[in-house]
Structures are given as structure tokens and as C-alpha cells.
Design a protein around this ligand. Structure first.
Ligand code: NAD
Length: 258
């Protein structure tokens, strides 16, 4: 039985395409009302429109505090409450340290780290108002291990993992759960230019002998939002087809509920 998300209102960032769009689609299919946000307004509007009346789109730069206030306000004005936030938006830049620049680390920290911090700050009052909730922060396999030529990206994703654990400790008293998801290599626009054979050694091939798809990630996000994961908080869920760090026992447990 798929998790029932009826009555839940969820914000998904970076939902115009890639994994965020797949998350939003599955959440709506399972009964949630979803606010898709992205700074790509044209694609975001199109993606949300295809999901029907239980989805809306809000243009949003996740590194902007003002934009976060607007997203929270619009969500409550439209759907009356907020039960979950998926901090999914992110960017990847691969470049060797020797040819990198301060702009690279500043940009990656703004879009991958500041965003998650601002999002958690912004949503907590509404989650408390709703009597609790779930925050899912999308980190990466690069937040579990090292990745050559991606020092800034990897650092940003380790930060997401660390902030997740600290927020889980701080917010548990309000019934707010905070978990991180760590995808391996997933075929999305982000990796489109990188997945042409031969796959670079920086992208470890999964033991399952394929790269992942956004639909491999979305059910895990739905599970972490659902009432079937009510005692899971501060956890890290690796979804990588058994590549660098092996299999996650939590994911195995989730699948067996199936
Ligand atoms: P993607 O590039 O396909 O989608 C990311 C979305 O975020 C895009 O729609 C983009 O417009 C949006 N975005 C970028 N910057 C933004 C900003 N400042 N404000 C608002 N929206 C912004 O990437 P994806 O593969 O779907 O990645 C989703 C998440 O998963 C990211 O956090 C990424 O780091 C993580 N991840 C991806 C992979 C992978 O292999 N694809 C692996 C591990 C982790």
C-alpha cells in the first residue's frame, strides 16, 4: 500500500523539473496539495499546471529570504496550512580546485546551503501551528563521501546533512521531523551532460548497474513525509543502487512495507 498523504500540504523547491518535479507528481498522486517552487517560472508553471488543482507554482529563488516569506504566505493563503517542506533545489558545479574561484563556493553555498537554512527557518512557525511536520533535505551521495573535482558541491551537501541532524534535535520537541536524502547518480537535467559514456570515475556506478531515475527518489520522499515514518528523524537515507557506500537499511525497511 502506498502512503496516504491526504490532507497534507507540502512545499517542494526546485520542482520545475528533475527530481523535484517527480516528487511533486507523486505527492499529488498520493493525495497531498503541493506548492512547487523554482526560479525557472516558465517550466515551473507548466509542471504545476499538469498536476491539476492540488498544485500551484510560486517563482522562488531559494537563496532569497524575501522569496521564502512569499512562498510561505502564498501556501497558507492557498491551502490553509503547511505540513512538510522538501528542500530539493540545488546546483552542481564540477571543477578542479586549481582552476576554481571564490564565486564557485559562494554560489554553491547560497543555493545548496543558505537555501536549506532559510527554508527551515521560514517553515517552522507554520509546522508548529499544524502540530508538527516533516522537513526533507535533499543532500547527495557527495554528502556521505568525497568527490574529486566537486569539493565545493560535496562540502555544501555535507553541510545539508549536518544541518539536518542539528535541526532534528532542535525541532523534535515540536513534533517536527527532519531527515536527509542522499541520491546517488540520478538521470536529470543536472547530470544530463555528464552521463554520456564513458561515465567519469567521479560518478561511481551502482552495483545495480544503472543510474537512478527521479522516480527512484520520489517514493522515499513521500515516505519521509507520511505518517508511516513518524519516529524517523535525524536520519540519512542513501538511495544509490548500492554504489559507494552500500545499501541503506532504512530504505530496505521502507520497501518491505510496500
Ligand atoms: P535539476 O538541475 O534537474 O533540478 C534542480 C532544480 O532546481 C531546477 O529546476 C532549477 O531551476 C532549480 N534551481 C536551481 N537553482 C535554484 C534557485 N536558486 N532557486 C530556485 N530553484 C533553483 O537537478 P536534480 O538532479 O533534480 O537535483 C535535485 C536535487 O538533488 C539537488 O539538490 C541536487 O544537488 C540533488 N542531487 C542530484 C543528484 C543527481 O545525480 N541528479 C545526485 C545527488 C543529489
Amino acid at each position: 500500500m502506498a502512503q496516504d498523504l491526504n490532507g497534507k500540504v507540502v512545499i517542494v523547491t526546485g520542482a520545475a523539473g528533475g527530481q523535484g518535479a517527480a516528487d511533486a507528481r507523486l505527492l499529488v498522486e498520493r493525495g497531498a496539495k503541493v506548492v512547487l517552487t523554482d526560479f525557472n517560472a516558465e517550466l515551473g508553471e507548466e509542471t504545476a499546471a499538469a498536476l491539476g488543482e492540488n498544485a500551484i507554482f510560486v517563482k522562488h529563488d531559494v537563496s532569497s529570504e524575501e522569496d521564502w516569506a512569499k512562498v510561505i504566505e502564498t501556501t497558507i493563503a492557498t491551502f490553509g496550512q503547511i505540513n512538510a517542506l522538501v528542500n530539493n533545489a540545488g546546483i552542481l558545479k564540477m571543477e578542479p580546485l586549481e582552476s576554481s574561484s571564490a564565486q564557485t563556493i559562494d554560489k554553491l553555498l547560497a543555493v545548496n546551503v543558505r537555501s536549506v537554512y532559510l527554508g527551515m527557518m521560514a517553515v517552522v512557525p507554520a509546522l508548529r501551528q499544524a502540530g508538527g511536520g516533516s522537513i526533507v533535505n535533499i543532500s547527495s551521495l557527495a554528502g556521505m563521501s568525497g568527490q574529486a573535482n566537486a569539493v565545493a558541491y560535496s562540502g555544501s551537501k555535507w553541510a545539508v546533512r549536518g544541518m539536518t541532524k542539528s535541526a532534528a534535535l532542535e525541532l523534535g520537541q515540536y513534533g517536527i521531523r527532519v531527515n536527509s536524502v542522499h541520491p546517488g547518480t540520478i538521470a536529470t537535467p543536472m547530470t544530463a551532460g555528464m552521463l554520456r559514456a564513458p561515465i567519469d570515475a567521479a560518478f561511481p556506478l551502482a552495483a545495480m548497474n544503472r543510474v537512478g531515475t527521479p522516480d527512484d527518489i520520489a517514493p522515499a520522499v513521500a515516505f519521509l513525509i507520511s505518517d508511516e515514518s513518524t519516529y524517523i528523524s535525524g536520519a540519512e537515507l542513501v538511495i544509490d543502487g548500492a554504489s559507494a557506500v552500500g545499501q541503506s537499511s532504512q530504505f530496505t525497511a521502507m520497501m518491505s512495507r510496500g
